[in-house]
Design a protein around this ligand. Structure first.
Ligand SMILES: [Zn+2]
Length: 481
């Protein structure tokens, strides 16, 4: 062995890959860990990155959370039953994002309830403000006499009774089978709105000593659900916007459409990769596949699939290729990006987690098929906790997709409004009708291009008056909500 061995000596000469035999010979104990590190194909420089912080730089706070995660500590939340899935019973239900987050906190034991606070050693008094019983989630929302009064008023096809449930999860499972009676005409998930109403009534009583009646809670729940449902209807009036649609974006003639996916096995750390590239001109389909060993996580597997696809596409043509989607999980791995140019692709959606890119200065997604941009839910204060709860550390092969989705959902708190460094945003020539209000939060923005969209909000009268008017309009909308 050479005395001054460097990392390059462990790479196969002339390639960008490890010399596996040499690595295993020199470092038999840690070879599997070394091989999990994927060297750059493009000679990019190595850098340290602390994955727990959005900016990649270590902080004591995130270190503290990491330490907490690595030790056994009792969780306050009751475990979710087997037939409970976060997507089906929380994230995918038909209700506002604010309420989904609230339900998530409820199930996670993260609401500032007396019992929860006491377990954290914070509460002075842990009693229900309505009846002085111990204030647990189960009590406050379901079994408290006040809560029971509220639920009795709920316009469900069959009366709902929660006395036999043991965890909030069970209530959410049952909620999916409840039917709203006409004439309420509600399509939204009413249970979430009622729970929210009970929570608001509790806070009003605890902190402002104002009592709310059960009928008032139910009325505001129903009207909240109805208002929200109406706001979701997409057939909004389209005014004189068509004149802005006349000029289509100029697109290159050679177009490729690319998709990729990966499968990963925890037991073996092997990954299968696959991609399909479709040429729009010749209609030819290029398929590619590969496998990788020493892959540390499903995220890494997906990233390798995208990498394989990009390399294949770059061999097919150097002019252009079109992406249909950006894997949500990848955004969280591009934290130091400062410019992202995806114009003239075929993006239909945009990852919610885009807001992680706190260093991004320039974002260009013009000439895609976007219908909307990720919204901001003003969840900054819980972002750290969500990140901690959802660090995808304990992947089991069958469940990693589900868990990855949960992670994505938690990340949806970071959205356009959190791109705090953004100076230029170009979303022109898409199908966007409503810009997210959180654009008002972009303090540094100097250039906003929105032409060529069927915009309803902000209306064109506002857009025509320039950026400041748009921001003013958006911030007024934010405060009304
Ligand atoms: Zn009570």
């Amino acid at each position: 062995m050479k005395k001054n061995l460097v990392v390059a000596d462990l790479l196969t000469h002339g390639s960008h890959d490890w010399n596996q035999a040499r690595v295993e010979l020199i470092f038999p104990e840690v070879a599997h860990l070394i091989l999990q590190i994927k060297p750059s194909s493009l000679n990019a420089e190595d850098a340290f990155c602390w994955q727990r912080a959005r900016n990649g730089i270590y902080s004591v706070k995130t270190g503290y959370y990491a330490a907490l995660d690595s030790t056994d500590h009792p969780t306050i939340a009751s475990p979710a039953p087997d037939n409970f899935t976060w997507n089906r019973h929380v994230w995918d239900i038909n209700t506002s994002e604010k309420l989904k987050l609230f339900l998530w906190k409820l199930c996670r034991g993260a609401l500032a309830l007396g019992a929860n606070l006491q377990q954290r050693g914070m509460a002075l008094q842990a009693v229900c403000p309505h009846c002085n019983a111990t204030e647990s989630a189960l009590h406050l929302f379901f079994t408290c006499p006040f809560a029971q009064q509220v639920w009795r008023l709920a316009p469900f096809a069959t009366p709902v009774d929660w006395l036999d449930i043991n965890t909030p999860h069970q209530a959410l499972i049952r909620a999916t089978s409840l039917l709203n009676l006409p004439p309420t005409g509600l399509t939204s998930d009413l249970v979430s709105w009622i729970l929210w109403g009970i929570w608001k009534a509790r806070n009003l009583l605890s902190f402002e000593h104002k009592a709310t009646t059960a009928p008032a809670v139910m009325t505001s729940a129903i009207s909240g659900a109805r208002e929200w449902s109406m706001a979701q209807q997409t057939n909004l009036p389209r005014t004189s916007t068509t004149r802005y649609m006349e000029r289509p974006p100029t697109l290159p003639t050679v177009r490729l459409t690319c998709n990729s996916d990966a499968a990963w096995r925890k037991e073996t750390n092997n990954a299968g990769l696959g991609w399909v590239i479709i040429g729009s001109q010749d209609g030819l389909i290029y398929e590619g596949q590969g496998h990788a060993r020493f892959v540390s996580s499903p995220l890494m597997a997906e990233a390798l699939a995208v990498k394989g696809m990009l390399l294949a596409a770059s061999h097919l043509t150097t002019t252009n290729f079109l992406m249909q989607q950006i894997p949500e999980s990848l955004v969280a791995r591009m934290l130091n990006l400062w410019a992202l140019d995806l114009h003239s692709n075929q993006l239909k959606t945009f990852p919610n987690s885009i807001g992680c890119l706190s260093k991004l200065k320039v974002l260009n997604v013009s000439g895609n098929n976007l219908q909307y941009l990720p919204k901001n839910y003003r969840r900054l204060q819980i972002a750290g906790r969500a990140e901690r709860q959802f660090q995808p550390t304990d992947h089991a092969s069958g469940h990693d997709r589900v868990r990855a989705n949960e992670y994505d959902e938690a990340l949806s708190s970071y959205s356009v409004g959190l791109l705090i460094s953004l100076v230029e945003l170009d979303v022109s020539y898409n199908g966007i009708t409503v810009l997210p209000d959180s654009i008002a939060c972009l303090r540094l923005i100097q250039k906003l291009s929105v032409e060529g969209n069927p915009l309803v909000s902000p209306p064109f009268e506002v857009v025509e008056q320039g950026l400041e008017s748009v921001k003013q309009y958006m911030s007024e909308k934010m405060t009304v909500l």
